[in-house]
Design a protein around this ligand. Structure first.
Ligand SMILES: Nc1ncnc2c1ncn2[C@@H]1O[C@H](COP(=O)(O)OP(=O)(O)O)[C@@H](O)[C@H]1O
Ligand SMILES: [Mg+2]
Length: 289
């Protein structure tokens, strides 16, 4: 290949530029993360703050590798901007971000935590999709995050209303955002007056059944806390713990999911609900197939 004589110089220039660009990104990433963690930034003061203290504050939620990974996503154009936090949970935080087309996406970042990784093992053990179970804390969390990605993929492929998963790397999951503009959709539990509870219950029942019969999964943590209400339709989220129907405890999970949902609708005024026959409807249908 022919090479321009100037190439050497250009390369040095490019490297310098890239370095500056990287520093820039790093700075804006740190600021984003400071914002995300609701640390108020006073730009003049922040320069005086001991760098290691600032670092420690970031590290309490995100480990170094997560920061590097987020940095990469911002540098390589996968993400344009991380706007702010939607939810701070025990196991994960969820953020609103924008992709390079300016479209909203939701980023779920799992925390690397040894207590979390302990109970996660119980859900992974017994699932035939996960034969090798790692000992390492980070690796269990990465496996957990990839489990959520795969479960969402399977549910989405079965035509169910879940956020479409877009990207997974280590403990970072990017998925379709559910909401209008910067306002994320409310959880079902926060809807004061459900317009048509019978229809919503029917839609959630179809979700449970199709997830079992077609996607061959059981959600395992289904309740009004993990259902968003968007465009007058239920959108089911939080699928990391969902298990394959081969899992030895699958029946316990299915019964629990059905009970949670039916109880919620009982509290919301529906009468004559029969969760038991709904359970048998699913089981009998499986035997027929
Ligand atoms: N794709 C999404 N779009 C909009 N909001 C979301 C999305 N995923 C999660 N959220 C919000 O973040 C909260 C926590 O997400 P969830 O997956 O339930 O994690 P966890 O309960 O483990 O903290 C949800 O209750 C919801 O308010
Ligand atoms: Mg949840």
């Amino acid at each position: 290949m022919e090479r321009d004589n100037n190439d050497g110089n250009n390369e040095i220039e490019e490297e310098k530029e890239e370095e500056l660009f990287k520093n820039d990104i790093e700075e804006s990433l740190r600021e984003s993360i400071d914002n995300l963690q609701k640390i108020s930034i006073d730009k003049k003061r922040i320069r005086k703050i001991d760098e290691s203290k600032k670092r420690a504050a970031i590290d309490s939620v995100f480990d170094e590798r997560t920061i590097i990974q987020l940095n990469k996503l911002l540098t390589n154009g996968t993400l344009e901007r991380i706007k702010g936090i939607i939810s701070a949970g025990k196991e994960a935080n969820v953020y609103l971000a924008y992709d390079r087309q300016g479209k909203e996406v939701a980023i779920k970042i799992y925390k690397i935590d040894s207590n979390t990784s302990k109970w996660m093992r119980n859900y992974i053990i017994g699932d035939p999709r996960f034969k090798k179970i790692p000992n390492n804390i980070s690796k269990i969390i990465y496996l957990w995050a990839s489990k959520e990605y795969k479960n969402l993929k399977r549910a989405h492929a079965a035509g169910l209303k879940v956020p479409e998963p877009i990207f997974i790397k280590n403990n970072i999951l990017i998925m379709e955002y559910v909401g209008f503009g910067p306002t994320p959709a409310p959880k079902l539990k926060d809807i004061k007056h459900l317009k048509d509870p019978t229809i919503i219950l029917r839609e959630i029942s179809i979700f449970i059944k199709t997830l079992y019969l077609d996607a061959k999964l059981v959600h395992g943590d289904l309740s009004e806390f993990n259902i968003l209400y968007h465009n007058q339709k239920p959108v089911i989220i939080d699928m990391s713990q969902a298990v394959s129907i081969q899992h030895p405890k699958v029946e316990v999970f299915l019964v629990r999911d059905i009970k949670n949902i039916f109880n919620f609708f009982l509290k919301n005024g529906l009468k004559d609900l029969d969760p038991e026959s709904f359970y048998y409807e699913i089981i009998n249908e499986t035997k027929k197939r």
